[in-house]
Design a protein around this ligand. Structure first.
Ligand code: ADP
Ligand code: AMP
Length: 216
């Protein structure tokens, strides 16, 4: 299956992506994770991307599109993939369509994780991540077993630099202006399915499953 997860920052895309990837045996490809890994390894991509992530702005399309094409060319994507955080602009969506066209493939479904704006702010500012293994938590809604420690590798968990109040405002504004138009773009293609993302994590996954069973 070829799936795109769409929704504002903090909607729960990464959280659901982990479950979907496991259940449907498809790679979870997160552009945000790719950028963060490159930033922590101080690669030339990381050096270029850092200022955009820190400001809550989008990394320019010409950089992001190139990275995604290289990633989608990899063998593990031959039987499907799950995109989390890409595309984020109409330009990126068109580039993805034309890439997939060129290899005789198409997206099966775009899942829009629909969450009221009033829940988003708490979800993002309460997010904590493990810098060692990438596991993600929430101080209220998905806390680790031992406060401040990753359940998986016991490292200290941290707040993402772009999850602070001021950057979140910028990210939500960017989402509304640059990414939300993709809802109409994919609706017009007849591939958009809305999922209610306002409930608890397990409930949202049930909603996701209910949609995906139609495509399996
Ligand atoms: P995104 O990838 O869309 O930015 P995440 O999956 O990282 O969002 O979720 C943002 C934060 O909200 C995380 O701390 C996560 O644990 C928490 N979260 C995710 N889904 C839910 C949910 N259904 N209810 C409450 N908190 C959630
Ligand atoms: P995320 O982990 O999805 O919340 O993304 C974190 C940040 O990475 C975003 O605020 C952007 O700076 C950058 N980013 C992630 N995906 C993209 C994309 N598709 N296009 C441009 N920038 C992106």
């Amino acid at each position: 299956m070829k799936i795109i997860l769409l929704g504002p920052p903090g909607a729960g895309k990464g959280t659901q992506a982990k479950f979907i990837s496991r259940e449907y045996s498809i790679p979870h490809i997160s552009t945000g994770d790719i950028f963060r890994k490159n930033i922590s390894e101080k690669t030339s991509l990381g050096v270029k991307a850092k200022k955009y992530l820190d400001a809550g702005k989008l990394v320019p399309d010409e950089i992001t599109i190139g990275i995604m094409k290289n990633r989608l060319d990899m063998d593990d994507c031959k039987n499907g993939f799950l995109l989390d955080g890409f595309p984020r602009t109409v330009n990126q969506a068109r580039a993805l369509d034309s890439y997939l066209n060129g290899v005789g493939q198409k997206i099966d479904v775009v899942l829009l994780i629909d969450v009221p704006e009033k829940l988003i702010f708490d979800r993002i500012t309460g997010r904590r991540v493990c810098p060692s293994c990438g596991a993600s938590y929430h101080i209220k809604f998905n806390p680790p077993k031992i406060e401040g420690k990753c359940d998986v590798c016991h490292s200290d968990i941290v707040q993402r630099k772009d999850d602070t109040e001021s950057t979140v405002k910028s990210r939500l504004e960017v989402y509304g202006r640059q990414t939300e138009p993709l809802v109409g773009y994919y609706e017009a293609q007849g591939v958009l399915s809305k999922v209610d993302g306002s409930g608890e994590i397990d409930q949202v996954f049930q909603n996701v499953r209910n949609v995906l069973k139609k495509y399996n």
